[in-house]
Design a protein around this ligand. Structure first.
Ligand SMILES: NC(=O)c1ccc[n+]([C@@H]2O[C@H](COP(=O)([O-])OP(=O)(O)OC[C@H]3O[C@@H](n4cnc5c(N)ncnc54)[C@H](OP(=O)(O)O)[C@@H]3O)[C@@H](O)[C@H]2O)c1
Length: 269
C-alpha cells in the first residue's frame, strides 16, 4: 500500500495550514484536480478552489469518497467533532494524515478503527517548498514512507519520537511566526530611526532571508554572529542590549508557554 499512490488527497479543514499545503503541493507539481477540500462553513474550501483550482466538497463524506490520503487540518478543539464525522466515512483504504497539534497518533487511531494514522507537524514555509515537516515515529512504516513522499517536495522531512512533537510544534510549527515577530520588531526599530516604512520592512525581511540562506548553507548561528560582530562595534553593542533586555529568556518562555498549552489539551487514546 501507499495511500497517496494515486495522488488523491482530501483536506478536512481548509484554513491556514491547508492553504500552505495546497500551495506547496501545486508548486511541486501536484495536480489541483487531485486535491479535494471540505471545511465546516464551506468558505475555506471555496476559497482554495477559487485560488488554486482544488475541488471543493460539500460534505466530509463527499471529500473522502475518492481519496486515499485524508489530511486532517482542523483546530485541536474542533478535532473530536471532525473525527466523529470522519468515522462514518473513513475506511481501511484511507490513510489519515493528522496535522493537528496536541492529538497523539493513538488518540486519532482509537477513533478511526482500521485506518492507518500518521501524525505530522509541518510549518507554513511548505507553501514555498522550503518548510520542515516532522513525522511521529509511532506510525506504520509504509504509511510513513507514503507521507514522506507527499512532503518530499515541500522541504525537509524528519521522523522523531512522538513525545517531542509538542516541543516541535512550538519550535517549528510556530517558528515562522516567532521569526516574523522579530522581523516586525527590527523593521519597527528602523522606522523609529527615521528609515521610511517600506524600506525598513524590506531591510528587515532581507536580513531574515539572508540569514536563512547563510544558515541553510551550513553556517551556525554563532558563526553568523561572529561574521558580523566585530569587537567593540555597533553589532556587539546591539546584541549586548538584546541579551540584557532578556531576548533569549523571552524566547525560551514563549516556547515554554506554547508547549504548556499543547500539553494542557493533549488528547490521548
Ligand atoms: N497554522 C500553522 O502554521 C500550523 C502549523 C502546524 C500545525 N498546525 C495545525 O494545523 C491544524 C489547523 O490549523 P490552521 O491554522 O490551519 O487552523 P484554521 O486556520 O483555524 O483552519 C481550521 C479549518 O478547519 C475547518 N473545520 C473545522 N471543523 C471542521 C469539520 N468538522 N469538518 C471540516 N472542516 C472543519 C475550518 O472551517 P471553517 O473556517 O469553515 O470553520 C477551517 O477551514 C491545527 O490543528 C494546528 O495545530 C498549524
Amino acid at each position: 500500500m501507499t495511500a497517496s499512490d494515486d495522488g488523491t488527497v482530501a483536506l478536512v479543514g481548509c484554513g491556514r495550514m491547508a492553504r500552505a499545503l495546497v500551495r506547496g503541493l501545486i508548486a511541486a507539481g501536484h495536480a489541483p484536480e487531485r486535491l479535494t477540500g471540505v471545511s465546516r462553513t464551506g468558505r475555506g474550501a471555496r476559497a482554495l478552489a477559487g485560488e488554486y483550482g482544488i475541488r471543493p466538497a460539500a460534505t466530509l463524506a463527499e471529500a473522502v469518497r475518492d481519496a486515499t490520503t485524508v489530511v486532517l487540518a482542523v483546530h485541536p478543539d474542533e478535532t473530536a467533532d471532525a473525527l466523529a464525522e470522519l468515522a462514518a466515512s473513513a475506511t481501511p483504504r484511507h490513510l489519515l494524515l493528522s496535522l493537528v497539534a496536541s492529538w497523539r497518533t493513538e488518540a486519532i487511531a482509537a477513533r478511526l478503527p482500521g485506518v492507518l494514522v500518521v501524525r505530522a507537524v509541518p510549518n507554513v514555509a511548505i507553501a514555498e517548498r522550503d518548510g520542515v515537516t516532522v513525522l511521529a515515529d509511532t506510525s506504520d512504516g509504509a504509511a510513513l514512507d507514503s507521507v514522506r513522499g507527499l512532503f518530499a517536495g515541500l522541504g525537509q522531512v524528519l521522523v522523531l519520537d512522538e513525545d517531542l512533537l509538542e516541543a516541535v510544534s512550538a519550535l517549528s510549527g510556530a517558528g515562522p511566526a516567532l521569526v516574523a515577530r522579530f522581523a516586525e520588531a527590527l523593521a519597527s526599530a528602523g522606522r523609529a530611526q527615521g528609515v521610511p516604512a517600506g524600506t525598513a520592512d524590506l531591510l528587515a525581511a532581507r536580513a531574515v532571508r539572508g540569514t536563512g540562506a547563510l544558515l541553510a548553507g551550513g553556517a551556525t548561528p554563532a558563526a553568523v554572529i561572529d561574521s558580523v560582530a566585530s569587537p567593540g562595534g555597533m553589532t556587539e553593542a546591539a546584541l549586548r542590549r538584546l541579551d540584557e533586555g532578556g531576548l533569549p529568556e523571552s524566547v525560551r518562555q514563549g516556547v515554554d508557554a506554547a508547549v504548556r498549552l499543547s500539553f494542557g489539551r493533549l488528547a490521548t487514546a
